[in-house]
Design a protein around this ligand. Structure first.
Ligand code: GTP
Length: 415
């Protein structure tokens, strides 16, 4: 069969200008229709210190109560702590486009004196999801692969206004090679505009200093000017300063908005002048969801997969790509199978022979026993015959043998 290389050589590229309408300009529409039919799936994780508003943000982000038990409209809000890694799935529908959203809420850390390895269960969870994917890829039937890998990890930074904490640096350093890290400043309503600005700069320089890779939204030349500008605007806001609230409050002007009401006024979640929540949502849902998924698959997962397989001792020499000939492989397998069958047959024959031999010996033994008994009986009968003959002779001669004499001669004396 021709090798991949020779095939590539055979087909040379011909550049042609089309004379008329062929129809492949409709390809994007086909893809569009198919994707809408199939629906979309996205998994994001929230990580950060305890009480920074992770669970609140999830509800705010997807405009839905993903935590029916955690928040209650009637009773005053008493927000329980998240104590274990929890995954929630919601099927959302917007104008007929379906999105299956998985959100992984992680317990906040920072409550313990020693927070050294609090990143461990979170990293384990991320890697276990990659393992699950890898295992599915290696199955014979790969048609129904479920992708539970984390596509985005929103990392919450406490609004201290100082610098990144040691625990944040440690966390991000552990996670950045495995997930798309999106840092956010939590509860930014507790800081002034200038403080937020300065804090953002400080965070970015710390991230740079520690060589932490946060998610970099790529820019494409083929995008139109408007999209490029929009993407730039989004990227310029990282780390997003956010405010979360799933409650509606009334502004001074009587408008109902999602926000937080304070004695001095209302902070609106969806107001871009007041926080970057809208930009974060745009990036996650409107502009970069596919991009985040692609980066997860092509870069982060691919690296993990290589590391994992190499650690397992599976190696691929990049210089010598050995083509596997399927016919040869089948022939090898057939020979192996035949060899195995022959071995089994030989073993069975040996067992059979041993059994036959054992039976034969037993038969011979009982035959000999039978002969011996037969001989004994024959001898006894012969003796009896002689005895009778002797007695007959004596009777005929008129002098029967006395019992004593018969005994002496060894005859049995029957009356
Ligand atoms: P753990 O489950 O302990 O990890 O907490 P969490 O990070 O999930 O925080 P949660 O969403 O439970 O919020 C904790 C408290 O912070 C609640 O009382 C929220 O109302 C409040 N909160 C959430 N978001 C904000 C915000 O943007 N600003 C302010 N000021 N408070 C917020």
């Amino acid at each position: 069969p021709p090798s991949a290389q020779s095939l590539a050589q055979i087909s040379s590229i011909v550049r042609k200008k089309l004379q008329g309408y062929v129809g492949f300009a409709n390809l994007p529409n086909q893809v569009h229709r198919k994707s809408v039919k199939k629906g979309f799936q996205f998994t994001c994780m929230v990580v950060g210190e305890s009480g920074l508003g992770k669970s609140t943000l999830i509800n705010t982000l997807f405009n839905t109560q993903l935590y029916p038990g955690k928040y209650n409209d009637e009773a005053p809000v008493e927000s329980p702590k998240t104590v274990e890694i929890k995954s929630i799935t919601a099927d959302l529908d917007e104008n007929g486009v379906k999105l299956r959203l998985n959100v992984v809420d992680t317990p906040g850390f920072g409550d313990f004196v020693n927070n050294e390895a609090s990143w461990k269960p979170i990293l384990d969870n991320i890697e276990a999801r990659c393992d699950m994917y890898l295992e599915q890829e290696n199955r014979v039937n790969r048609l129904k692969i479920v992708d539970n890998r984390i596509h985005a990890c929103i990392y919450f930074i406490a609004p201290t206004g100082h610098a990144l904490k040691q625990v944040d640096i440690e966390f991000m350093r552990r996670l950045h090679t495995r997930v798309n890290l999106i840092p956010v400043i939590a509860k930014s309503d507790t800081m002034t505009e200038e403080e937020v600005f300065a804090f953002k700069e400080r965070i970015l320089s710390d991230i740079n200093f520690h060589n932490i890779q946060i998610y970099q939204a790529p820019q494409y030349e083929y995008d139109d000017a408007e999209t490029i500008a929009e993407n730039r605007e989004i990227v310029s806001k990282i780390p997003f300063a956010i405010v979360g609230s799933d409650k509606e409050v009334e502004t001074e002007g009587g408008r109902k908005v999602r926000g937080r009401a304070y004695p001095w006024g209302v902070v609106e979640v969806d107001n871009e002048d007041q926080c970057d929540f809208v930009k974060l949502r745009q990036m996650l849902i409107r502009t970069h969801m596919e991009e985040l998924k692609e980066h997860t698959n092509n870069v982060l997962y691919e690296n993990y997969r290589t590391e994992k397989l190499t650690a397992m001792g599976i190696q691929q020499d990049p210089t010598v790509f050995k083509e596997v000939n399927p016919m040869q492989k089948m022939e090898e397998e057939r020979l192996q199978h035949e060899h195995k069958l022959q071995k089994m047959e030989g073993e069975m024959r040996m067992v059979f022979q041993a059994k036959v031999q054992e039976k034969e010996t037993k038969l011979k033994q009982s035959e000999e026993e039978l002969y011996a008994r037969h001989r004994e009986m024959k001898e006894a009968l012969e003796k009896q015959r002689l005895d009778l003959e002797e007695r007959k002779k004596r009777m005929e001669s008129g002098r029967p043998m006395t019992p004593e004499k018969a005994k002496k001669k060894g005859f049995s004396f029957n009356k």
